[in-house]
Design a protein around this ligand. Structure first.
Ligand SMILES: [Zn+2]
Ligand SMILES: [Zn+2]
Length: 210
């Protein structure tokens, strides 16, 4: 079943939609990488990480994501000058997700965004259960099963999806990039080495706290 689902930040000033969603159309994963962990620590919302430092993310086609309220509140940060673009709502520091440039047309959205509205449908129902767990070598405590070795089936599926989105013209309109210039549609902050280094000790891999 395909459906449209609402997304919004924690304070509700930023609101939008993800269109034509079904488990078959998206790629839900849990990422334990240290950069995803650092991003949430930077925003001050590490409470969104699971017990092992994982971020629950759903990868979707850019053109299926749109904002109808508060789009001027979108901001971005890069942990390094050429790093992944990491988008967030500047009003309340809710993480929105991550992308590369539009040449690689996918948007990874924090599934938390879909649990904020009163009409929210459980993520397992909308997106299906996570299809895999990535970068477990950075996990807090014991890495979850299957998260350390590269998941070849998941990687192949992701490549198939992104190529299909590219071919079918689902790059534009992009929720985060300006079509004419190809540049980010909002200000982008790049963390200094000192800022990035200060986040490192907060992230895995490290033992779970007692
Ligand atoms: Zn907000
Ligand atoms: Zn990650």
């Amino acid at each position: 079943m395909f459906r449209d689902v609402e997304l919004q930040c924690r304070c509700g000033k930023l609101h939008g939609w993800l269109r034509d969603v079904a488990p078959s159309a998206v790629n839900r994963v849990v990422c334990y990488c240290d950069d995803c962990q650092a991003f949430l620590h930077h925003l001050g919302c590490a409470d969104l990480l699971d017990d092992h430092g994982g971020s629950d993310i759903v990868q979707v086609a850019p053109s299926t994501v749109s904002f109808d309220r508060g789009s001027e509140l979108v901001a971005a940060v890069r942990l390094t000058p050429k790093g992944t673009y990491r988008w967030y709502a500047s009003c309340c520091k809710t993480p929105l997700g991550d992308t590369w440039t539009p040449r690689l047309p996918f948007v990874g959205l924090a599934t938390e965004l879909f649990q904020q509205s009163p009409s929210a449908v459980p993520c397992d129902e909308v997106f299906g259960a996570p299809r895999g767990r990535l970068f477990g070598k950075f996990a807090i405590g014991e890495p979850p099963p299957g998260s350390v070795k590269p998941n070849v089936r998941l990687i192949a599926r992701t490549i198939r999806k992104v190529l299909a989105w590219k071919v079918r013209g689902k790059t534009w309109p992009h929720p985060f990039f300006d079509r004419a210039s190809g540049n980010p549609a909002c200000p982008v902050t790049v963390l200094s080495t000192a800022e990035r280094d200060a986040l490192r000790p907060l992230c895995g891999p490290r033992p779970a706290r007692a």
